[in-house]
Ligand binder design. Structure first.
Ligand SMILES: O=C(O)c1ccc[n+]([C@@H]2O[C@H](COP(=O)([O-])O)[C@@H](O)[C@H]2O)c1
Ligand SMILES: Cc1cc2nc[nH]c2cc1C
Length: 361
């Protein structure tokens, strides 16, 4: 973890970020690679599915990896920066969508059902506090973050709470013995927070990363970039201080996502990263805990234009490019069948010897 953070977050609260990251098993990965070379297909003909199965084998320490049990944790929260008119939708939508998740009507609800995945929705704090809902973990930190155009988004204590709630979701996944963790995000205006966070960590101007989000027009995107640039000038954050960046311009759900990724890597759980917001959180996670990138798979390239830049910075080649830009973990959920296909082919195809098929001359 960076030693340059000046956030006065109680060191004891975040000491866990220094815990060791699990180390993938290179020998198991090599055994999986050998098995791939013996399967009844020209070498390499299953393309990236081969590398996926091999990598999962090393991570799961099992020559025949599985992606049967999947946990999807959707973190939801509001953002004070919405007051600057940076989203096409009103803030009330965040709380309304939490209810929609609970009632099974959201895209991620449908995907979780389809995949047989466990879906948990974690309410970290909305402007409009809704009633208790079955299936929603009400872990409210505040009525959304402060407007980072005017003040730090969070207090030190709020950041520590958001990190703690993200870690707790990963620990629940570890206790449940899941083979894959997906973190989702829901929060009106969170593309502005994700953009600001990534701009700090990558040292770039907002115009490089700002996009339409839920549907701004070109003039709206320019205004959004100007709001973010002005805020970044005000906060004067350093690229090597990820906790400061998360606290000053991040969001509760973004901090929770970053923490969940670090904790999954510490517990040896593979992660499928979703779109633009999730990737900004992944960037923060890799800065907080270098080495956790070994545990991160990137599901898709979102239509949010800055996602391409973020993925390049992360040196990530996503599995899919479907023009999706929903969030919620939906792009990652859509990619789960690919991982399952990779595992099924790897485990169930016959070898040349078993099938009596001649290997190459
Ligand atoms: O994941 C993505 O790539 C993505 C891209 C654009 C928008 N979103 C979702 O849309 C919301 C944020 O958009 P906005 O315009 O309100 O900043 C938030 O709930 C995100 O989950 C998500
Ligand atoms: C309706 C709606 C659903 C969402 N899901 C994630 N972000 C969202 C933003 C909106 C506006």
């Amino acid at each position: 973890m960076s030693t340059h953070d000046t956030a006065a977050v109680d060191g004891r609260e975040t000491a866990w970020l220094h815990d060791p990251i699990a180390v993938p098993d290179a020998q198991v990965e090599a055994s999986a690679r050998k098995r791939q070379s013996q399967l009844t297909k020209p070498p390499g003909s299953l393309g990236r599915l081969e590398a996926l199965a091999q990598r999962l084998a090393g991570l799961q320490r099992r020559v025949l990896p599985r992606v049967d049990r999947v946990q999807i944790s959707v973190f939801a929260a509001d953002h004070g920066i919405a007051d600057e008119g940076v989203s096409a939708f009103p803030q009330a939508v965040t709380a309304q969508m939490i209810a929609n998740f609970a009632h099974g009507g959201a895209a991620i609800s449908v995907m979780a059902q389809t995949l047989g995945a466990t879906l948990e929705v974690i309410d970290l704090g909305t402007v409009v506090a809704g009633p208790p809902l079955p299936g929603v973990r009400h872990e409210r930190i505040a009525a959304g973050t402060a407007n980072f155009a005017r003040a730090p988004a969070m207090t030190d204590a709020q950041l520590a709470q958001a990190l703690h709630r993200g870690r707790a979701a990963a620990l629940r996944a570890a206790d449940a013995g899941v083979e894959l963790f997906i973190g989702g995000d829901m929060g009106i205006a969170n593309t502005s927070s994700a953009t600001a966070l990534a701009c700090v960590l990558l040292g770039c101007a907002a115009a490089t990363l700002a996009g339409p989000g839920t549907g701004l027009d070109a003039a709206g995107v320019m205004r959004k970039a100007a709001v973010i640039d002005a805020a970044l000038a005000r906060h004067a954050l350093a690229p090597d201080a990820p906790l400061d960046a998360l606290r000053s311009v991040g969001g509760f759900e973004i901090a929770a996502l970053a923490a969940s990724y670090v904790a999954c890597a510490q517990r040896g759980i593979a992660v499928l990263v979703d779109g633009f917001i999730a990737s900004a959180a992944a960037l923060a996670a890799t800065r907080l805990a270098p080495g956790c990138d070994a545990w991160l798979f990137y599901a898709h390239r979102s239509a949010e234009p800055g996602h391409r830049v973020l993925l390049e910075a992360l040196q990530a080649e996503p599995l899919l490019d479907l023009g999706m830009r929903l969030g919620e973990g939906s792009g990652a959920a859509v990619a789960v069948p690919l991982l399952r296909s990779a595992c099924a082919l790897h485990a169930q195809m016959a070898t040349f010897a078993e099938a009596g098929v001649a290997d190459r001359a």
